[in-house]
Design a protein around this ligand. Structure first.
Ligand code: PHB
Length: 359
């Protein structure tokens, strides 16, 4: 029988009962201190029928924050909060990995310890405005990280990975996409360094590969995924030769026998595809499971699994509005419409109150 969204699959050591993944989604509803709260437990538990949940992007340190009310994965209280979520998802037979995140320059001093400047590969201010507790505020020029600070940054990823394993996650996804810190190092619009972390593909990929190696040493490659977004212009991102850069990156990631590669196949808020980009080339270069993401529906999801482009498909907005998305796809039931006004921040409304199908 041909494979489809409902075929079981193994990503590294993680056994999925279907290929419908919940994509990482920032929702800005964590409690004080970045601690997940009971409302967040309900939200993830409601979505446990996904083959795999990738959590919302989660800061690895106090300096990794860039938006209000994000959960973290670096304090004991955060670990205890996440443990309630992993326990609830596992009790429902689901699987869950945590997306580990450093925002780099996409932050603001008001969100950072002692009003620190955001850090980045190079001191280049992003166009646009930061979301802060005081509303939208112009971004500031970030501080370029010194080479001597990078081992400490890698150590923060390791610390977060250990915290994630202690919290009971089935694995971790390294966020190297969407214009955040690791992506800022990869793409040459944001990386103007002249040391061994800038210039050539090898140099721009160095930090991602060091982080991946260190995370894999702690968790095992079979529990680690990496997310890339080669053409996403979001967060004022660009690169002069994305195809060659990301072909290099994906080939280099093969050495880690990762659980999966997760690719955002366009611009998350539009744009990004003015030049042709061959995502299937990445799929073919990568020797492990490939997770496709961005604006897929059921038919296109089934099609890319049947034709071998993808092993699993990650759905974002449909999972916000449909906690039982898997059942709805299975039954060809109508989908709830997502209300974008409640995506970021708030409480139950637009978060845990989307209806399930009638029993
Ligand atoms: C966002 O909060 O807008 C956001 C966060 C993480 C992403 C993309 C967007 O990867």
């Amino acid at each position: 029988m041909a494979l489809d969204l409902f075929s079981p699959v193994k990503l590294g050591s993680i056994q999925l009962s279907n290929r419908i993944v919940m994509a990482p989604l920032t929702r800005n509803r964590a409690g004080a201190g970045g601690v997940p709260q009971p409302l967040n437990v309900t939200y993830y538990e409601q979505r446990a029928s996904a083959g795999l949940i990738v959590t919302e992007a989660t800061p690895i340190s106090a300096m990794a924050h860039g938006y209000p009310a994000l959960p973290g994965i670096y304090t004991d209280a955060q670990v205890a909060g996440w443990k309630k979520i992993t326990d609830a998802v596992h009790a429902k037979g689901g699987k869950i990995v945590i997306q580990i995140w450093h925002v780099g320059r996409i932050s603001h001093p008001s969100l950072l310890p002692e009003g620190a400047l955001p850090v980045a590969p190079s001191a280049i201010k992003p166009a646009g405005q930061a979301f802060t507790y005081q509303g939208l505020v112009d971004y500031v020029e970030p501080r370029a990280l010194a080479v001597g600070e990078l081992p400490g940054l890698v150590a923060d990823y390791v610390h977060a990975t250990k915290a994630a394993l202690a919290a009971g996650f089935d694995g971790v996804e390294i966020h190297a996409a969407n214009g955040y810190l690791l992506d800022q190092f990869l793409r040459d619009g944001t990386n103007k360094r002249t040391d061994q972390y800038g210039g050539s593909f090898e140099n721009r990929a160095r930090l991602l590969l060091e982080v991946t190696k260190a995370v894999v040493e702690v968790a095992g490659g079979d529990k680690v995924g990496v997310r890339l977004s080669p053409v996403n212009p979001f967060n004022d991102m660009q690169d002069s030769n994305p195809q060659a850069l990301f072909n290099y990156v994906v080939d280099a990631l093969n050495q880690f026998n990762l659980a999966y590669l997760h690719v955002v196949e366009g611009g998350i808020h539009g744009g990004g595809l003015s030049d042709p980009f061959d995502f299937d080339a990445l799929r073919k270069l990568f020797k492990g499971p490939y997770m496709a993401n961005l604006a897929y529906d059921k038919a296109r999801g089934n099609a890319v699994i049947a034709n071998g482009h993808a092993d699993v498909v990650a759905y974002g907005v449909p999972f916000i509005a449909n906690p039982d998305l898997v059942a709805r796809f299975k039954l060809d039931a109508p989908l709830n419409e997502a209300d974008s006004s409640s995506f970021y921040g708030g409480a139950e409304k637009g978060y845990t109150d989307y209806p399930f199908l009638e029993e």
